[in-house]
Design a protein. Structure first.
Length: 371
């Protein structure tokens, strides 16, 4: 595969994740962001790109990239993750699921910069009473390419979230202080902090204020937590409309080092180093505690949280590390669990769902050989 920073088009959807050790090597993900696509990656001309704003607004807008640059620019550091992150664990440890076989690396923590969606909508003028904002939606669309299950890609969020300044929804023009790369949505994408990455539509060309959710396949059918008794595509057909679209992601943690099946040497202190990342639930960040166990949860060791004072915030991930005592031997395993600022604690196992989304059982690494 070609470099993550330069690739801009593929014949088939590009879906890939970096090695975990590389992913957690820096607080901001500048080199190893995951890619999740449902169609080819367009290579667009920023000078010709237009974002239409329409629907229940007083003034329809046609905004160029230069127009978006004239608005007040806002920076937000947040972790963006695929709803299917850690799907492989649900698939292998509970039961088969449908979807791309993501391991633990379908996440990236970046600094996004662009105008707040709120400011754009204020400029357009919301033509709906504020008392109805919770039941009204802001739909995002990309009509640039045909995707696998629809003629275009779209998603939506409630209007009240879009209009909250503290929700920090941005129309991102930059990622980590650089112009977006094509595979990350150049020239403009939505970034919705705390919410499944499916709603952060890339190559954005339309924003619509409307009474209902986006009618796109990926809002109505794909990213939803179906009840566990729905165990086939056929059974799901009559359920999609009765299950809410996935928004906020749950508290989570992942062990990046050591990796499953690896051989790790004990230090002179009888310990090994363990490190990884942790994510808060929705807007309940930051993560305030990560614990690790080497004895199936009998004893937990609190990890050191690695701070980044310049970029930390409630939407960002937390990197962590600790040293934990272990005995020499094969087939050993470690688990991690995270707690966020609102007291949400990662549970040992997640309830199974057909699409394998929102897996947040304990972080784990198995089949370790300690020598």
């Amino acid at each position: 595969m070609s470099d993550l920073q330069t690739e801009y088009s593929v014949d088939e959807p590009l879906n890939r994740e970096p090695p975990l050790k590389d992913l957690v090597s820096s607080f901001l993900t500048t080199k190893n962001g995951y890619d999740r696509n449902h169609g080819p990656i367009p290579h667009l001309d920023a000078s010709k790109h237009i974002v239409q704003v329409d629907g229940a607004v007083k003034r329809q807008l046609s905004l160029s990239v230069d127009d978006l640059k004239t608005l007040t620019q806002h920076e937000v550091v947040c972790a963006l993750q695929c709803a299917g992150n850690r799907r492989h664990t649900m698939r292998t440890q509970i039961k088969e699921v449908q979807g791309v076989d993501w391991y633990d690396g379908a996440v990236m923590n970046c600094k996004w910069e662009g105008p707040l969606l709120k400011d754009v909508l204020v400029h357009a003028g919301i033509d709906i009473e504020e008392s109805r904002w919770k039941e009204t939606h802001v739909a995002f669309a990309c009509f640039q390419v045909k995707v696998q299950e629809d003629d275009w890609y779209g998603g939506s969020i409630p209007l009240d979230r879009a209009m909250r300044a503290d929700a920090e929804v941005v129309l991102a023009l930059k990622m980590n202080a650089e112009v977006l790369k094509p595979n990350h949505g150049f020239p403009v994408r939505v970034v919705v902090p705390g919410v499944a990455g499916a709603r952060s539509v890339k190559w954005l060309d339309r924003i619509t204020v409307q009474a209902t959710e986006s009618k796109n396949f990926y809002q109505q059918h794909d990213y939803k937590i179906l009840p566990p008794h729905i165990d086939s595509a056929q059974a799901a057909e009559n359920m999609w409309a009765n299950v809410p679209a996935l928004e906020e992601m749950p508290v989570n943690s992942v062990i990046a080092v050591p990796q499953p099946g690896s051989i790790t040497e004990l230090g002179s202190d009888g310990c090994i180093e363990v490190s990884g990342y942790a994510l808060p639930s929705g807007e309940s960040g930051p993560v305030v505690k990560v614990e690790v166990t080497a004895d199936e949860g009998i004893h937990w060791v609190e990890a050191e949280l690695l701070s980044d004072d310049e970029h930390k915030g409630k939407w960002a991930w937390t990197l962590w590390k600790t040293r934990i005592s272990m005995e020499k031997g094969k087939s050993q395993r470690l688990f991690s669990r995270a707690t966020d600022n609102a007291g949400n604690v990662q549970e040992s196992m997640t309830m199974w769902n057909l699409r394998g989304v929102c897996y947040n059982g304990y972080g784990e690494t198995r089949d370790l050989a300690i020598v």
